[in-house]
Structure formats: structure tokens, C-alpha cells
Design a protein. Sequence first.
Length: 253
Amino acid sequence: MRVHVVSDVHGAVEALAGAGEGADALVLLGDLILFLDYADHTRGIFPDLFGVEAADRIVELRTARRFEEARAFGRSLWEGVDRDSAMDAAVRKQYAEMFAVLPTPTYATYGNVDVPSLWPEYAGDGTTVLDGTTVELGGLVFGFVGGGLRTPMRTPYEIDDEAYAAKIAALGEVDVLCSHIPPAVPELCYDTVARRFERGSQALLDAIHAVRPQYSFFGHVHQPLTQRMRIGGTECVNVGHFNATRVPYVLEW
């Protein structure tokens, strides 16, 4: 059995179209939407709407962790613009393109910048969306937990710690624990380029200790200090920033 795992696609449609080649299944760990590419400020919904100079400024403020200033600057740009309509149209366009190229079968969960309410409109028959549920692949039980935890960034799909922990508890015994965010281990949560800690989940870490799955797969941290590490008997792997690498993580058994 061969499974390819990707996360943080962020609009890389052409690469996503080939992500499942040679695999029996594709596992997708969220963040399909590209709002703003921090490496290339010309790409994404934000520069499409407001231009590259505005994108440069918002990245500068966020990188400096001046979140209140960034939000104020963002609000000034949206004045006179129907934000809901503009965002809905842009997100729908990206989802239509990306879901259309997903192979059959694909098993997917949400990232923190995704909009779960729209997924049923675009996920075809070959795509199974899982969040707080499991699926068996080749004799292994894969458990999926989507979304992220609350942060000052206020991305679209952030939830309370308690609700996130409840989804993990609902999985029960799994062989492969799939999430968008990492367990709360400093080395797995620190982004060396952004120079900040992203939020990891203590409940994920507790589940790794209690359930001892063979693997814990995740993304979210684009340039992690440590890409993989072993916790007890569990191999914890950041499967990579697919938007940048264009290469899926390969699991064979």
C-alpha cells in the first residue's frame, strides 16, 4: 500500500494535480486557500484585491507581530469593498480549481485557513472529508483532526482547545494520526523563517502518549526547526509545505 500525504497546498493547483500519481490514495491535511504568499507577495487573494504594495505592508506588520496595526491597515483597505462577496468569490474560485484535480480516492481534512462550510459544494465523489473521524486504509486506521487553535491571526477555521480535544478523543485507537497542526512540541512548532512559534496542540501530544499511533502526520509550520522526531513509538512528521516543495510525503507499508 502506498499513500501520499500533502499539507499547506495554498493554491498550488498544478502540483496538486500530480500529487497522487503512483499512490493508492492521497491524504490532504488542509490549507488549500492562498490568501497571501509570504514568499511571493504577488500571489493570493490579498494582492489580487489590493495590490503588491499593500501585501508588502501587511506582511511587514505581521512578521513584526504588530497584529493590531495589521488589522487596522486591513480594515482601511476593505472600506468601501463588499468584503463578504469579494472573499466568497475568490475562495470559491480557488476551491473549484483545486477540488477538480484531486485524485480518487482522496481523504481530506481542513486547515486553519480553510472554509469548511464550502467543502461539500466542491468535494466530488472521490474525495472523503474527515474531521474527528477515521478511515481504514490497507489495514491501518487513519484518524483525522482538522482546523487550528485560536491565535491572534484569527484565521477562518480556528476553534477552542476544548472542541479540538473532543475531536481527538472521538477518534479512539488509531494507527496514523492526521492533523493540520502539530503536537505541542517546541521543535515542531517553531518556524525558522517567520521566527515565531506556531500553535501546536497539547491534546494531540497527549493522544500520542496515550494511544501510541505508529505515525503522527501534520503540516501548518512551513519551515519547521525539526521536520520529524520520535515520541515514544510514534514517528511525528511534518509532511512539508507543499506550496513550496511540490513533493508529497510518501508512506508505504
